[in-house]
Design a protein. Sequence first.
Length: 214
Amino acid sequence: MNDTEGQDAFALPLSAQWPGWALIAVMVAAFLLHLPRGAVMYEWAVSAQILRAGYWQNILLHMFAHAGFMHIAFNCMALASLSPHVAFRLGAGTNGWLRYLALFICCGLAGLAMFLAIHPDGDIPMLGASGAIFGFAGFLVRYPPGAPGTMPLWTRETGRALVDFVKTNLFLIAILTLPALLTGQGGGVAWEGHLGGFLFGLLAAPAFVRRPAR
């Protein structure tokens, strides 16, 4: 049994804490710098139409942008909870940080790819770190705290994780999307990005984990 089993995120070593807090600091700094222009960072959002207009930099920037205080608060809390377990699995030092950042970006890109695949001509923008965060959740299905190695892809735990994914997104839709629709306001939950990130984290997790020396 691994000695991290049963521990919460804040009980892990500092080397596992810093990557997540660094990422949170970058997102909060970007949000605060944008605040004089408004709490919604539409300039960094992405959609099929936005990309056709030539804003290719938003492919990366949208992962660090948010649509208000509640949005960034939810994502920061999720990162603070998940990141230490992910970073612990990916290892310490420069290589561990690079693997962490690569996983975050790849999960975010997978979420964007799923969003664009479902809305190839869409003009509704997507922004936020949620796709990458759900990718971390998918990663932890394969490498849960306390597990001695890689968990098989098709297990009862994987099925439970998929059910939890659906429940979480239904909850987010209920508290974020439905009120926006009922009041005639914009906004909502980009479940497509969540799904793409989650599936990438679930399927590609072993490719990011450090291999033990022979």
